[in-house]
Structure formats: C-alpha cells, structure tokens
Design a protein around this ligand. Structure first.
Ligand SMILES: [Zn+2]
Length: 434
C-alpha cells in the first residue's frame, strides 16, 4: 500500500482544554466523504510521550456519521481534535486509548523508551485544519501534545488523492443493513489462518458475527450494524505464544503473553492491521485469532481481539465492552501489571466504575431512592444476573476504593451487561447511527 511520508509537523504550545462544544458542524461544508488515515508512532515511557507522524492515506469512503462529529463522551486517555485553521472551531473529535498507555504502566515502561504504531481514521478535510493530538495531564484534563496543520491543497494531500489504496481482496459481507453513515461498520480481521484454512476462516467469521450480535444490548440493535470480514491469510496456522515456544508469521503479528500476562492476546502492528482492512468501511475492528487457547484483549477505539476458545461467545462481548464502550473491567486483580492505572484520588473516566470522588457524574441518577452508598455486597445474587443496582466495592482491578454498579456484569464475570454498561453502549451506537 502506497503512503506518503509526512514532512510537516507543527508543534503547538501545551494548551489545556476541557470538553468540546457539540454544536452542529455541517459535514459537507468542512469534509469530503473520504477517510484521512494517519499513521504515526507514539514514543516514550512513563515520563515521556511524543507523537511522530509517519504517513497519510486517502481512503474512498468515510464510514462514520455525517451529523455527530464531536465526541460527547469524556472518556479515553487520548483525544484527537480536528480544528478549522481559520476560525479555530472544533470540527471533529474522538477519545481513545492505546497499547502504549498500558506499556507505560508496566515495570519496563517506567524507564525504557518504546515506540508503538498507532492509526487514526478521520473524515477528509476540505479546508486547512489543525489535527491536534491531546492527552490527559496529572489532573485528568486534556492538553495538546502536537498539532499537525493539514492542507488539502498541499502537494502531500494531492499525492494522496491520486494514489490508489491497494485492495488486496474485496471484503466478505457478513451483514449489510445499509448506508455506512447510519450504521456501525465492524470489520473482522482473521489472524493465524494459513493458506489451507480458508473454509474454516469463513465459518469462524460467521460465528464471530453471531457472537458480536448475540448479547444485549447488541442483539436489540442488530439492524444498526454492518459486519465485514477480511478474507486474508498469513503464512501459517496458529498464534505466537512465547511461553509455549510458538512463533507464527501471522497476518497482523498477534501474540499471547502481552506484558507478561498469559491470556493477554494483542498485536502492536497497527499499520499491518489497517493495511489488511484497506478500504473496507470501518468504525470498529475485531481481530479473530485462530487458536483454542483462552485469550483476548481490547482497548477503547483501538481494536478488540478474542481467540476461538469455547468461551469466545462471552469473551468477545466483554472485549467489545472495552473497545466500543470504553468500559472498565469491573473485576478485582491486584496482580495485573497495569493495575495502577486508576488513581484513587480522581474520578475515573470510564462510566461503569467510580472512586466516589464525583459519583454524581456516574450512575447516581439511576439508583433507587435510599440505596446505601457504598452498598453492602449480596453474595446470594446468581452470576447469571446483575442483582439490584448499588455502589459495590471492588472494581477496576482494586478490591478497595473503586466501586461498580451491580454484583455481576459482563465486565466483571460474563453476566449480562449491567444497566450502566448497556446504556453507554447504546449511547455509542447512537453516535454512529443517528
Ligand atoms: Zn457493568
């Protein structure tokens, strides 16, 4: 795939910024119905965090909404904001998390500098814009790390317009409910399939499509989804697993044992991943790993991955809770290497956990009158149901100081999504479909 090397990167001052105004931005005035793909490196460790742009590409379709361009959810460690260069008006924004953010919190990330690939997909601007990479400071407020001045009439942009996106193979349509601007387009990327595995790959894609749409609130919104599969194989079958001595040259380079956790199955090869997707309409990505070893992982507005283990029909919805909903884990695991990400002195940005620092911004309005805060645990509630709403201690990996809305939830132990998690998912479906 041809890409243009970026030559211009304008560094801005460190401007603190809060929530963006969600006023009506007229898509056709500011954007073309194309996608601007930006490939960049995020380089650093716990002290440093810098963005280095690598390439841009023009993809002949914008899959997102034409009417809801500003992200209304104050969620994610990072945010991209596209601003009209002439007026400074906010035109588009999206919060997200990254694998680098988790690396940063590992023991190695304390001192060792690492370089991670990241990719943004934005609507293609018609006018000069500043594409601002933002990150939260120690007070959880966004500040601008860098702004890239994008000029659609520059030689670089003109070159991107005439360079064709290499379509390796047409995507497989697993479900098409219509206009991508009004649907959530999910792309399933098969991983760990060899040239002889194509029939199995097609069967597995259909299973994954069923897992995606099988649980509430996804099932009730089935008509709001387009689901695509990328029918590509790697050199051999299987997934790299360092603890078992298995190394496979797979399509997007995924591996178990990410950051030393056996079941944490991820890839850091984002450029390869987005090359595989090519010009397939894409709002969200699922990587389907051809392995029966339990595992998966997901990051908000990054991607979700699950293996084909017998638990996949539950693991995938849980991971989609992270990648689409930006939901936190509601379980306790003090040993997780990245377990210190939720500082107890701040209200976390994820909607389904609270430190009670600002509980009114969470599910306080959804609680029945008279609910004690915190709420005593009720161990008689079956793991197949949520139980009554409350403020139960133990969530976000911590046994103390972080609270969750119910006893059991998909984000804790594969129970149905709780009302708080289901509401956020529905609100996000609306962002892509209304
Ligand atoms: Zn929940």
């Amino acid at each position: 795939m041809k890409k243009m090397v970026l030559l211009i990167c304008v560094m801005s001052g460190l401007l603190t910024s809060g929530s963006l105004s969600a006023q009506n931005v007229k898509f056709k005035k500011y954007f073309e119905d194309y996608t601007l793909r930006i490939d960049y490196h995020r380089v650093g460790n716990r002290q440093q965090d810098t963005v280095k742009l690598v390439a841009i590409e023009r993809i002949p379709l914008w899959a997102g909404s034409l009417t809801r361009l500003i992200d209304p959810f104050d969620n994610g460690e990072y945010r991209v904001v596209v601003k009209d260069a002439a007026s400074g008006r906010d035109l588009y924004s999206r919060g997200y998390n990254t694998l680098f953010r988790e690396y940063r919190d590992t023991p190695q990330g304390r001192d060792s500098v690492a370089c991670y690939e990241e990719v943004l997909r934005l609507p293609w601007p018609k006018c000069k814009v500043d594409i601002c990479f933002q990150k939260r400071d120690s007070n959880q407020r966004y500040y601008t790390q860098y702004c890239y001045r994008f000029d659609p009439d520059s030689a670089l942009a003109e070159l991107a317009k005439v360079s064709k996106v290499k379509v390796v193979v047409p995507p497989v349509c697993l479900q098409n409910k219509g206009n991508s601007h009004k649907k959530m387009d999910v792309v399933i990327v098969p991983e760990g399939y060899g040239p002889a595995d194509t029939a199995k790959m097609m069967r597995d894609m259909r299973s994954f499509c069923d897992y995606l749409l099988g649980q509430e609130p996804f099932a009730s919104r089935r008509g709001d989804f387009n689901v695509w599969g990328v029918p590509l194989t790697g050199e051999a079958s299987g997934i790299t697993n360092p603890t078992k001595g298995i190394k496979v040259n797979s399509l997007v380079g995924s591996s178990y044992n990410t950051f030393g956790s056996d079941r944490y199955l991820m890839t850091s090869h984002l450029f390869q991943l987005h090359n595989a997707i090519g010009s397939t309409p894409c709002d969200h990505i699922i990587i389907m790993a051809n392995s029966t070893t339990y595992g998966g992982g997901a990051i908000y507005n990054f991607y979700a991955m699950s293996s084909l283990n017998e638990m996949a029909y539950m693991v995938l919805p849980h991971e989609l809770g992270h990648s689409i909903g930006g939901l936190a884990d509601e379980y306790v695991d003090e040993d997780l290497s990245y377990g210190d990400m939720h500082a107890l002195t701040f209200e976390p940005t994820e909607p389904n956990i609270t430190t009670l620092v600002d509980f009114d911004s969470k599910w306080a309005a959804m609680l029945p009158k008279g609910t004690p805060i915190p709420t005593p645990a009720d161990n008689s509630v079956s793991r197949r149901e949520n139980g009554p709403m409350g403020v139960y201690e133990g969530a976000g990996y911590h046994s103390k100081g972080i609270y969750r809305p119910v006893m059991h939830c998909m984000m804790r132990d594969y129970a149905p999504f709780c009302p708080v998690c289901a509401k956020r998912l529905n609100d996000i479906f609306d962002l892509y479909t209304k």
